[in-house]
Ligand binder design. Structure first.
Ligand code: ADP
Ligand code: MG
Length: 706
């Protein structure tokens, strides 16, 4: 690109004064900064108030990042290869601390001087009786002449060891940004948000935003600038999702005009219980969706045990009443089998045929089933991933239920769309609730229904956290429960990375249980992922039938298993499970009318995060609260859909911490689309151009994501 290109922002970074080819290459390889525009988006991660100086005597274990002023009195390189480090003694008038470097030792050794007054900044670390600062930020006070450090508020930039070695530490970066902003006239950073949005949502204009981010005057303006950037990022995502949703709303779908014999007969004669109000409401919402001629894409959120299955079943009956087939896809073979069993049982007296298709159904049986499916002889087909294979053809598929959504990719969902001329209505069911604001983003293209009520008569599960020292009492308690006729789950963690070890633990655990609960008085089942499906099913069945009292298992039972007589969920090494997993497991009990218990066994030594997870479990049974804590601890990175929603491209906004801004951005995006859906008004031209540019840069597709 021409260095004298019309737009400064598009200029290659090496042409900026103070950069040059070598630093330019470094900025590219280390931070992905190619142009001056990229540099502008290298945001500070913190601001320091240069006037706040702490004293060494005031440092306490609770101290966060602090700033000290003083002298280096001693410098030593100690330890050998693995353990080599530079330790400098740093003193102020009140005391001394150690500054420690594990990397860049030779550079620091040359840089550090005695008799020079330094400012250091970092987070103190307590080790035995000394306080040390690993890799503190440090600078000589004499260097403080430059404008970057003269100001009261100083922007701190992320940097790497390699960059520091070339003078591109935080201060070096601050200098480049100052150079750039001084070079940049306001018209080179034009506003792209329309005036009504800036006014209505009290947003700082674009130029001032960047100016205040990089060369801050006051804390207030920094906050304003950060708010504007976060808003912008979330607003773009919301625009995109609302657009996709709008497109969905134009996708033609089947109309189920009839509510006929199947639905009514089942409702009047075979429904084994009264539906909860929440279940009724959701069925109505779905009913409405199937009448308007538009394809339904609905997410059904409901805590474990809230009764999603029967809702799905009633909707399958609506499909049948209108001459359509229905399919239910589950993430595991066990779960598919379980659904097949319960749907078959509920539909036993109805004139409908339910069948199952999984990977283990092969050969002649499979061919026969596929034939019947295509002839329309099967009304409801339950299965695993096997359902989406190309050779699975329906006569007239009208309704698809996807259970436990978080296990399926978005692309897999899309494949089911193609199984009929018009795409079937889709109901996605998940027991991993997420806060509404977040659902709006992650599942923004889906309409959301919530079952926020458990069937009546359920007692809240009592959850306790116990250590190894209480094991005897715990086992005694299990025996009492079994004596009362109850059944028990004992679950072991199993993760792929340590699978062999985990299986060994499971085996040892099982042997121990069999010793403590000997035959013939007690019968113990075991199920894990390495077993053949048939053997697994047989064991599950024995437990379900009450032939065994204890089920020892890995997390294969995590989703969906329904044994109402089970009253205790004992989780071994509970500290190794994630929160939502623990909650799912706990949801396996408490389904009958009897009081149920969840016992979390753990090590004494717990990380702070693990402690918080276990404590949350003992404090609440509310899936939404748990999901919220989980997201705070983990971040939304694991959530299905984050990639597709463009959330991965967020630089400053945080979906958990900035939920209030997300809400505002959502509202603004809706307002924008209502006003000018295709951004064709002249006042929206700059925004449209900006979005086009962004899309090119991020390679985002506005296509079908669901
Ligand atoms: P989940 O939402 O976790 O999939 P299920 O659909 O498996 O929950 O339902 C859990 C249990 O509650 C099942 O045994 C089911 O028969 C029962 N159930 C569902 N709805 C009701 C209701 N309205 N009244 C009583 N029991 C119900
Ligand atoms: Mg379920």
């Amino acid at each position: 690109m021409n260095p004298r290109s019309a737009s400064i922002l598009e200029r290659p970074i090496e042409y900026l004064k103070g950069v040059g080819p070598q630093r330019g290459a470094l900025l590219q390889s280390e931070l992905g900064i190619f142009t001056c525009g990229d540099l502008l988006q290298h945001y500070p991660y913190r601001y320091i108030d240069r006037t706040k100086i702490n004293r060494i005597t005031d440092i306490s274990p609770e101290s966060q990042y602090i700033q000290l002023k003083g002298y280096i009195t001693d410098i030593n390189v100690i330890g050998d290869k693995q353990n080599k480090r530079l330790v400098a003694i740093f003193e102020d008038q009140s005391g001394a601390v150690e500054l420690v470097w594990f990397r860049g030792i030779s550079y620091m050794e040359k840089y550090l001087q005695k008799n020079v007054e330094y400012l250091i900044f970092g987070k103190p670390n307590f080790f035995r009786n000394t306080v040390n600062f690993p890799h503190p930020e440090i600078e000589a006070l004499s260097e403080q002449k430059s404008p970057e450090t003269a100001a009261r508020l100083q922007a701190m930039y992320p940097s790497t060891e390699k960059m520091k070695a070339r003078g591109l530490d935080s201060k070096g970066m601050a200098k480049l940004l100052r150079t750039l902003l001084e070079l940049l006239p306001p018209h080179e950073l034009p506003e792209f948000l329309p005036e009504w949005l800036l006014q209505g949502y009290h947003l700082l204009p674009r130029y001032e935003t960047y100016k205040n981010l990089h060369i801050p005057d006051t804390e207030y303006l920094i906050a304003q600038a950060q708010h504007r950037i976060k808003f912008e990022e979330l607003f773009f995502i919301q625009l995109r999702i609302l657009k996709i949703k709008e497109k969905h709303q134009k996708t033609q779908g089947f109309v189920w005009g009839e509510l006929g014999a199947h639905f009514n007969t089942f409702f009047k004669e075979h429904l084994p219980f009264e539906l909860t109000d929440a279940q009724k409401r959701v069925i109505k919402e779905i009913r409405k969706d199937t009448l308007n001629g538009i394809q339904m894409n609905r997410l059904l959120q409901g805590d474990v045990g809230s009764g999603k299955t029967v809702v799905a079943l009633m909707c399958m009956l609506m499909a049948a009443d209108n001459g359509f087939q229905a399919a239910l896809m589950a993430p595991t073979e066990i779960l598919a089998q379980q659904h097949f069993n319960s749907l078959s049982a509920m539909l036993q007296k109805m004139d409908l045929r339910v069948d199952i298709l999984t990977g283990s159904i092969k050969g002649k049986k499979r061919r026969h089933l596929l034939e019947e499916l295509q002839l329309g002889m099967i009304d409801v087909l339950v299965g695993t991933h096997a359902l989406i294979e190309d050779n699975v053809l329906f006569k007239n598929l009208g309704f698809v239920v996807i259970d436990e959504q978080h296990r399926f990719g978005v692309a897999q969902r899309a494949k089911l769309w193609e199984k009929n001329q018009l795409p079937p209505h889709v109901l996605v069911m998940t027991a991993t609730p997420i806060p509404r604001t977040l659902a709006m983003t992650v599942y923004g293209d889906l309409d959301v229904s919530v079952i926020d009520e458990l069937p009546p008569g359920r007692k809240a599960i009592i959850t306790a956290h116990r250590f190894e020292s209480s094991r005897l009492q715990v086992f005694q308690f299990l025996k009492e429960q079994i004596a009362e006729g109850r059944q028990i789950y004992i679950v072991y963690p199993l993760i792929e990375e340590s699978e062999t070890l985990d299986l060994k633990n499971l085996q040892e655990g099982y042997e121990n249980i069999v010793r403590v609960f000997p035959m013939p008085e007690y019968q113990v089942s075991i199920v894990h992922g390495k077993m053949k499906p048939a053997a697994k099913d047989a064991e599950m069945q024995r437990f379900k039938n009450g032939e065994t009292q204890i089920m020892v298992a890995t997390t294969v039972i995590e989703v969906g298993v329904d044994v109402p007589n089970a009253s205790v969920m004992l989780i071994e090494n509970a500290e190794r499970f994630g929160l939502s997993q623990l909650h799912q497991l706990r949801g396996r009990v408490g389904r009958g009318a009897k009081q149920s218990f969840c016992i979390l066994m753990s090590d004494y030594k717990l990380s702070q995060e693990a402690r918080q997870r276990l404590q949350t479990m003992t404090e609440t049974n509310d899936g939404f609260k748990i999901a919220e804590v989980d997201l705070k601890l983990r971040g939304p990175g694991d959530l299905e859909g984050t990639q597709q929603s463009g959330i991965a491209t967020l630089r400053m906004a945080n979906l958990i911490k900035d939920q209030d801004i997300l809400q505002i951005a959502h509202q603004a995006a809706a307002e924008m689309l209502a006003l000018d859906a295709d951004l064709i008004l002249p006042q929206h031209l700059p925004l449209r151009q900006h979005l086009t540019q962004l899309r090119k840069k991020q390679g985002l597709q506005w296509g079908k994501i669901s």
